[in-house]
Design a protein. Structure first.
Lengths: 544, 98, 141
């Protein structure tokens, strides 16, 4: 894992003092709320439905047990004993006091964490593949590149008042586990025919009210020019991104309106200019960062057998563990989706348990998935039963990864001041319905995603089944969408037709799974069947 | 009726104008119809409230109930965590919100 | 209008600044004002006759002026670069890094806050238009 040196620490410490000073000036009346708002947002502090909300960055979703303990302590000391893991691999707290925020940032800085640029119209936390460094299908661990971009984007003097927020994801395998092409910039580290590594840039993706899948604007940027190319992409956006309408201000609209070709031409011109300016860090810096991401000391010849005599354990192993590049190891997914629970929420006690289990069984490392679960990336198969037993006792053993119960849901109208409808109760009712009818397992991979408004924090456009909550004359109403994917086969879901009530949407989801079961051919996922047979059979069953 | 609501600047807590002060309980809220802008300006300038705005409400059983569901969720707390709401012991409170 | 903060030793230009269009058309102007929507590149062929560039910030959240400033410095402009308008004290450090060396804010700054803003950052991560050495260069001298 990356470790701060004195420079990184000095910057984070300075940020804490800056924010303390800003909060003081706000409380003294030297800053108006309009002036303070962008400053607090750039430190992750929102004013939400019930209180201030603080979003803490978890760079590329990686953290150690000490950091997870610190997150638990913050939940107990400053919040109400829990936190919410987000779709951008961060954590947020819902009940924060402005007068405590500086102290929280100081506590975070002690464990090399921060809330820098977790909101605001700036470059946000860099997300990545939650199996980075553990999966066999990557050309290289993508996280050193994400860390380089984290440093470059932190306190960037030119790009802190962009037209709109800016999200970057970095992956390094053809299997996309980070919704890379639904980011403002998606970067895939690739290997060319000569065996050299480079970065493919996908620019102009996003969800929100106008979802777009990013086109590739450059298939191979040499790694010693990565920062320069990113700088060129951002400068063209900062100069020409729309500022007249916040709903058209994301880079996807610029790329769409300008055309990917013209955008690319301008980026290439700026890139050529910036290469002469010399903004790239020394290549030795990338080498330095890489040393922090070397493999842990895997046990040679670790046993490859798993004792599956306990049937509940066997189900969990089948559903929630994922192949590892090292013989005798797996990546284990801790589900934060108990049946009837709140997707992505974890109590302070659960955080502490996950931290301790990471220390005991996963080389002190945890990952946050964008699907709001937690990964222990490197677990010996021999330790799995002990791990599962501890998880199961704490309510963390749900065997439902990538099933219909593994729902992404935004906080919705229960917490969010932008929401039009509640998301969490819908997720709760759906997971209860499928747990009760026993179909969770047989339906196979089925990605269900729920947003409580058109901003799409719940990724509903990218769900095999998506649900969008809307406000219909003061009453919550839910639209159903089918056929989306955020993976390497990215596609945008389409609306089935008129929306449903709170109860009706749960029935509607069950109805479409019934169509799937009827039409499914061997081994098909819901998405495969949908793509083969199209929308009509589902529409007939829903509205016919 | 119209209610004036905002958040406490220091704590972020949802508050309601009672006619003389701010309360976290919506049942304390006073009708501000006609004077909402003036009170909001004055109270925000004094930093006794953050980002105040007025909402529509009706009287129900003698207490104000905001007309829109969002304001009712704000008034009470998250429907999915009754233990964290202002009325954790009231089993009927969900019906007031929804 | 508050007083102007200047971080240069030369005499201020006393000509009023003209618009970019007017500047490009008239050969004797030495001072120009860039609005957010202007194309800064139009100035680049004329830098040698410029002594003052004002970059207007009608709203502090509109960050186009940061790119304008850096592009002028990258092109070799050495005259005064002044941020004008809705400029907030919390923006000064980044503006300075982008090449601004004068500030004419709509609202007067508290000079203690100005001092704190410029002393805030012990280090910088990126190369920009100032002469500060980035962290990554210090790490690999």
């Amino acid at each position: 894992m990356y470790k701060y040196d004195q420079y990184d620490q000095a910057m984070v410490d300075a940020r804490v003092e800056e924010f303390r000073d800003q909060a003081r000036r706000r409380l003294e009346g030297k800053l108006t709320e309009d002036q303070f708002k962008p400053l607090r947002l750039m430190n992750g502090l929102y004013l939400q439905l019930h209180a201030y909300m603080l979003r803490v960055a978890i760079p590329y979703g990686t953290l150690n047990s000490q950091q997870m303990h610190a997150l638990a302590d913050i939940a107990d000391k400053y919040d109400r004993g829990y936190g919410h893991f987000t779709t951008r691999q961060n954590i947020q707290y819902n009940w924060i006091k402005l007068e405590d925020a500086g102290d929280i940032l100081a506590d975070l800085a002690k464990v090399e964490m921060h809330a820098i640029q977790t909101s605001g119209n700036c470059i946000r936390n860099i997300s990545s593949d939650h199996f980075a460094g553990a999966t066999a299908d990557e050309v290289v661990d993508p996280r050193p590149y994400a860390e380089l971009l984290r440093q470059w984007s932190s306190f960037h003097p030119e790009f802190s008042y962009l037209p709109r927020k800016f999200k970057i994801a970095v992956i390094a395998s053809d299997t996309d586990r980070a919704a890379m092409r639904l980011h403002d910039i998606g970067i895939q580290i690739v290997e060319n025919d000569a065996g050299e590594l480079g970065a493919a840039f996908y620019v102009g993706g996003g969800m929100g009210r106008t979802p777009m899948i990013a086109p590739c604007i450059n298939p191979f940027v040499p790694l010693d020019r990565l920062v320069t190319y990113a700088e060129a992409c951002l400068r063209v956006y900062n100069r020409y991104g729309r500022r007249d309408n916040k709903y058209k201000a994301r880079i996807k609209i610029l790329v769409h309106e300008m055309g990917a070709e013209e955008y690319t031409r301008q980026v290439e011109a700026e890139y050529a200019h910036l290469l002469e300016e010399g903004v790239e860090p020394p290549f030795a810096e990338l080498e330095r960062i890489r040393t922090y991401f070397e493999d842990p000391l895997f046990e040679a010849g670790a046993g490859d057998e798993i004792d599956r005599s306990d049937p509940d354990f066997a189900v969990w192993v089948d559903r929630n563990t994922v192949a590892h590049k090292e013989t005798g190891y797996v990546s284990a997914v801790i589900s934060l989706k108990p049946v009837g629970g709140i997707p992505g929420d974890a109590t302070a006690e659960q955080m502490r348990l996950m931290a301790d289990l990471a220390k005991d069984y996963s080389f002190d490392e945890l990952r946050v998935m964008h699907t709001q679960n937690i990964v222990l990336p490197h677990v010996r198969k021999a330790d799995l039963h002990a791990l599962w037993t501890a998880l199961d006792e704490a309510g963390l053993g749900s065997p439902n990864l990538d099933t219909v119960e593994d729902i992404i849901a935004c906080p919705g109208l229960d917490y969010c001041s932008l929401a039009n409808a509640r998301s969490i109760p819908i997720a709760q009712r759906i997971s209860e319905r499928f747990a009760a009818n026993g179909k969770t397992g047989t339906l196979g991979e089925l990605k269900l995603k729920i947003s409580g408004c058109i901003n799409a924090c719940g990724h509903h456009h990218a769900g095999h089944i998506g649900i969008l909550g809307v406000d219909r004359k003061g009453v919550e109403n839910y639209q159903l969408l089918l056929g989306g994917s955020e993976a390497q086969d990215a596609s945008l879901a389409k609306i089935t037709g008129p929306g449903f009530s709170e109860d009706g949407i749960v029935d509607a989801v069950e109805t479409v799974t019934t169509v799937f079961e009827r039409e499914r051919q061997d081994g098909e996922r819901f998405l495969d069947t949908y793509r083969r047979i199209g929308m009509n059979p589902f529409k007939e069953a829903l509205y016919g | 009726m119209r209610l004036l609501t905002g958040n406490d600047l220091k704590t972020g807590a949802v508050t309601w104008w009672t006619g003389s002060d701010w309360s976290i309980h919506v049942e304390d809220a006073a009708d501000v119809a006609g004077s909402e802008d003036e009170i909001a300006r004055r109270e925000e300038a004094a930093r006794r409230v953050n980002s105040p705005y007025a909402v529509d409400a009706e009287l129900q059983d003698g207490s104000p109930r905001p007309s829109h569901i969002k304001e009712r969720v704000r008034a009470l707390g998250p429907t999915v965590r009754p233990d964290l709401t202002l009325k954790p012991a009231d089993p009927e409170i969900g019906n007031w919100v929804i | 209008m508050a007083e102007t903060l200047r971080y240069r030793d030369d005499q201020p230009v006393d000509h009023p600044a003209v618009t970019v269009d007017a500047f490009v058309d008239q050969s004797n102007a030495q001072a120009v004002r860039i609005e957010p929507g202007d194309d800064t590149r139009e100035l680049l062929p004329h830098l040698q006759r410029l002594a003052l560039v004002e970059v207007n910030f009608p709203a502090f959240g509109d960050g186009r002026g940061y790119s304008s400033a850096r592009m002028l410095r990258e092109a070799g402009y050495e005259g005064e670069l002044r941020a004008v308008g809705d400029v907030l004290v919390d923006q000064l450090a980044y503006m300075r890094r982008c090449g601004f060396d004068a500030f004419e804010p709509d609202q007067q700054f508290d000079m203690d806050d100005v001092k704190a803003a410029f002393e805030r950052w012990p280090e910088v991560y990126q190369n920009a238009a100032d002469d500060r050495t980035p962290i990554w260069t210090k790490r690999h001298p």
